[in-house]
Design a protein. Structure first.
Length: 301
């Protein structure tokens, strides 16, 4: 890795660690949102660096749709044990059982959108004041509107026109009772930055990110892994392909990409030449032109 790239990654790392430490300084009850994806794994790595040799001073929170890849959950549990971190889990199934949300039906049914209610209920239950997430501005146009400190009102909703200015790395964490912040230390990172940082720091990732053979179906232009949750519909053909995942989420909407990239160097080369964003394979983002922004206004990550 050349000196310019290393300097660039160090600058991004320092910025993220500064924001993470600001959260610990300004809020009594912060939490780190953890999905098991590469960005949240990088967040966990940065949090460990930020407070080393002490322990990470806030818990992790995973919102479990019940439709997560088994590899993701196994990796999550190993990492939490390694970090000696406290893990809290909010279950979408509990929200369904309580009548807080209604499960979708039909061939394209997904629990991904139901996470919002479970997340807001869990944040309220534990009285969390700030939730750190791994979202980046380059992922999607709605996320490009986010500040580092993204204010949420008493209903957990986001108003992109009512955010605080962030000048000279000064972050205003003042809020009214029941309000909270979503905080995005990786805001200025790109997908390529993330992969280069993972490579440079030798960060372990779930095997889903690397090429492997898997049975898939093509649904509305998206390759979905065939599982107990995702089953072929009439007219859909099951194929065995060499694929990997650029982003990891709910199995019902997380698309795979055909790829032979089996190690970090190959993935970095692939990402550098890609012309579709990593969320380009997410079926939930294709439901409408403003799907992500609509969900974020309601309290999504």
């Amino acid at each position: 890795m050349n000196s310019y790239l290393r300097s660039h990654l160090i600058q991004l790392e320092n910025e993220a660690i500064y924001v993470i430490r600001e959260i610990a300084a300004q809020f009594e009850r912060p939490v780190l949102l953890f999905s098991g994806g590469k960005d949240s794994i990088v967040m966990a790595h940065l949090a460990r660096k930020a407070f080393y040799p002490g322990k990470i001073p806030f818990p992790f929170l995973h919102i479990d749709t019940g439709h997560n890849f088994p590899e993701t959950l196994a990796f999550r549990d190993r990492l939490m044990k390694k970090l000696e971190a406290q893990l809290l889990v909010g279950y979408v199934q509990d929200s369904i059982d309580k009548g807080r949300v209604v499960e979708e039906t039909g061939p394209n049914a997904s629990r991904n959108g139901l996470q919002t209610v479970t997340l807001l209920d869990t944040l309220t239950e534990y009285k969390f004041e700030a939730a750190l997430g791994g979202a980046r501005r380059d992922e999607e146009k709605a996320r490009a509107k986010e500040r580092f400190f993204s204010h949420r009102d008493a209903f957990g909703q986001w108003d992109p026109k009512n955010q605080r200015p962030e000048l000279w790395n000064l972050y205003n964490g003042r809020k009214l009772p029941n309000e909270h912040f979503r905080v995005f230390p990786l805001s200025n990172w790109t997908e390529l930055d993330v992969w280069q940082y993972i490579y440079n720091e030798k960060i372990e990732l779930p095997s889903l990110y690397f090429s492997h053979q898997r049975e898939v179906i093509k649904r509305d232009g998206t390759l979905l892994a065939v599982t107990d949750i995702v089953r072929p519909q009439a007219g859909e053909m099951v194929e065995s392909k060499i694929v990997r995942f650029r982003t990891i989420g709910d199995m019902t909407c997380t698309g795979a990409v055909e790829s032979r990239a089996s190690n970090m160097e190959e993935i970095i080369q692939e990402v550098a030449s890609a012309r579709v964003t990593e969320r380009g394979g997410r079926a939930d983002d294709k439901r409408s032109e403003a799907a992500m922004e609509d969900r974020k206004r309601q309290g999504y990550f």
